[in-house]
Write a new protein. Structure first.
Length: 91
């Protein structure tokens, strides 16, 4: 996008040139700048994305701890079941 092309389109749609220089056009079309400006909660800005990643990481750690506890209880239950079966059949 060049200032001349933008002015041509502005003339066609609005009857007057936009009158912008290269830098404002470049900034308006910069996807990194667009993303960084979206700082709302849950938005794509880098700081917010990192906050969300930290939140999900701590949630994942908590879920993994719960799953680990469940696996430990299942393993203990299996061991106790085997011991009870062995006691019943006289091993």
């Amino acid at each position: 996008m060049t200032p001349a092309l933008l002015d041509e389109a502005a003339m066609a749609y609005h009857g007057q040139p936009a009158g912008l220089d290269v830098e404002p056009i470049r900034q308006a079309l910069d996807p990194g700048r667009f993303i960084a400006a979206r700082t709302l909660r849950g938005g794509p800005a880098p700081a917010e994305s990192l906050r969300q990643a930290d939140l999900y990481a701590s949630g994942l750690a908590a879920d993994e701890a719960v799953a680990s506890g469940i696996h430990a209880r299942l393993d203990e239950s299996a061991r106790r079941l085997e011991a009870a079966i062995d006691a019943i059949i006289g091993r």
